[in-house]
Design a protein around this ligand. Structure first.
Ligand SMILES: [Zn+2]
Length: 258
């Protein structure tokens, strides 16, 4: 059996025995994997700091051919998630991303581009980046990289691109905006400002989450509307409620109002 090498992010650590634990990873090249880390709780162990929550590490593991656990043989820390120790909001955002990745992806289903964005976002949270934008951008990329990018500028049903009025009707069932004709009789419609829809479309594609100034941040009520919509879209896709999401109300506050 050849050892596999990759980079990964720690999603969860579960005690396995007095000296060993199981580490859940989201890796760049193998997607989600669960590894047994033997001796992780010993005083001198080969994984020091590399298997803490949301740590980004280089790892080497032996893959099991059966359903069993992969065996972690080496883990070297590249970046530790310091926000977890000093900033409750940053920590909650980290937990939210962990829950999304854990529930969204099957094991051994790699998404290297999404992995790279996720790693950059976790670093951005650590560096005190603007949390509403970082989290929303990751949620949008999660949707787009798995084939669920919402239709923001054309009717998801008939393809129409002409819309009347300042607000659009977003269908969470269909995953996109619907025109006034197709809207009739549909359930689970969320009203969204047209400027917000185009902002979310931009946020999916470019690196706005890193930008220092974003005019949309100053528009009253923008984040309340965005967070409400994203919550519905994600929970519909997952078929059930997210646990950390209700704790993220701080993301919905306008930065100028507190
Ligand atoms: Zn239509």
């Amino acid at each position: 059996m050849n050892p596999e090498k990759t980079e990964g992010m720690v999603l969860r650590v579960v005690e396995f025995s007095e000296t060993s634990c199981v580490v859940w990873w989201f890796t760049r090249d193998f997607g989600r994997i669960n590894t047994l880390a033997k001796g992780a709780y010993r005083k001198r162990n080969p994984f020091e700091g590399a298997i803490d929550l949301l740590a980004i590490s280089r790892l080497v593991f032996l893959s099991k051919s059966s359903e069993g656990l992969d065996l972690l043989t080496e883990a070297r820390l590249e970046h530790s998630f310091r926000a977890g120790r000093r900033d409750l909001h940053g920590l909650l955002c980290g937990y939210h991303l962990v829950e999304l990745v854990t529930r969204w992806f099957d094991s051994h289903d790699p998404h290297p581009e999404f992995y790279d964005s996720l790693r950059d976002s976790v670093r951005a949270i650590d560096q005190g980046g603007y949390l509403p934008r970082i989290v929303t951008s990751m949620e949008l990329r999660l949707l787009s990289s798995t084939g669920y990018e919402p239709a923001w500028d054309r009717c998801v049903d008939c393809g129409a691109t002409e819309f009347a009025g300042p607000r659009l009707a977003f269908s969470t069932l269909d995953g996109g905006v619907v025109c006034s004709r197709c809207r009739a009789g549909r359930r689970q419609i969320v009203s969204v400002r047209r400027e917000i829809a185009s902002y979310l479309q931009r946020l999916t594609r470019d690196d706005r989450e890193q930008a220092a100034d974003e005019p949309m941040d100053k528009v009253r009520g923008v984040w309340g509307e965005i967070r409400g919509l994203m919550g519905q879209v994600l929970q519909h896709r997952l078929g059930g409620p997210l646990k950390v999401l209700p704790l993220l109300t701080f993301l919905a506050r306008n930065p100028n109002s507190d």
